[in-house]
Design a protein around this ligand. Sequence first.
Ligand code: PMP
Length: 404
Amino acid sequence: MSVTTETRPLDRLSDFPAIPNGWAYLDTAATAQKPQVVVDAITRAYGETYATVHRGVYQRSADMTVAYEAARKAVARFIGAGSSDEIVFVRGATEAINLVAQCWAGTQLKAGDRILLSMLEHHSNIVPWQMIAEARGVAIDVLPLTPDHRIDLDAMERMITPAHKLVALGHVSNVLGSVLDAKRATEIAHSVGAKILLDGCQSVPRITVDVKAIGCDFYVFSGHKLYGPTGIGVLWAKPELLDAMPPYQGGGSMIDKVSFAKTTYAPPPGRFEAGTPHIVGALGLHAAIDYVESIGLDAIHAHETALVTATREALSGINSVRLYGPADSAGIVSFTIEGVHPHDIGTILDEERVAIRAGHHCAQPLMEALGVEATARASFGVYNGPADVEALVRGIERVTRIFK
Ligand code: PMP
């Protein structure tokens, strides 16, 4: 088969040293491969310019501090934050959500309050809320999905009450690729006075995000899904929320003054960054943001949409394949093949040098709602092109022949 896409391929494969010729890497929703510019930024930081930040009186450390804070500014600009003081560096989205759960929900919510989640959330946007809900006597409600697998915002309008103090939703589903109408969800949350957190793990690499235009209260994402390093992620919050939140962890860097009589804390974002931070991770994330911005998210989105459309069209021609998610999903296609376990699909595709993810994708409640144990998932990035879709479809045709 030959796959054509409506847009010209981005032709970025050669930027990625860890993708060998002929390997279709279709697991970007799990983690993105790294462009050479990110590898170079990390190598340069450790190999040439390395020093600690915020403390050193020597020039090297002052320069590293400038670079670290420049990364924070790049993140702020990238997601439309008002100021870099609103950007807290964390290990990843998981840590960011735990931070908000403990420092905001853990201090603001009381027995009788409610949290609103959705059926498609990643476990990291479920479990931290369950932990805090149990500790504080708070209840959790779950939004259903529409028949085309989006978070049902009409149901949200019906279900939300003034008892709901927090709504936490995925901006783009890591399983279905469905894109949330984040502005509408925010307006609905705010109509009852609830705060809203958006999980941006799958959105920041795929669509333009502007937290001020959305109007949300908290936004979180992981650097490694945005072509950056692992171990670095971002919590953005409205400044008045960060100001009112107690520290997450105690230690160096997060203090104003320490004495055994009384310790006072630094203002945000330092208050939430105890210990020596992931300095080089922040520099790598900065390089990744520069890389993504140099291509442009509109171009990335158009490119991934064309690949998704081509994949869905080709797979819908195979009888035993069932597709999940809406047709306009962002960069992600989940599917099952009748009578074949997704792990077998993944193993056979691996023999064809096609890397996909098979399993529950850290979204077990969603699997239950879809009535499956697991799905196979292909997810695209800037390095993919029509040849990867062809390899995927060829591999799936082989799976169907083997299991006939
Ligand atoms: N939310 C979503 C939608 C995700 O896809 C992921 C990663 N699979 C996470 C949260 C958790 O991110 P991390 O493991 O990088 O903290």
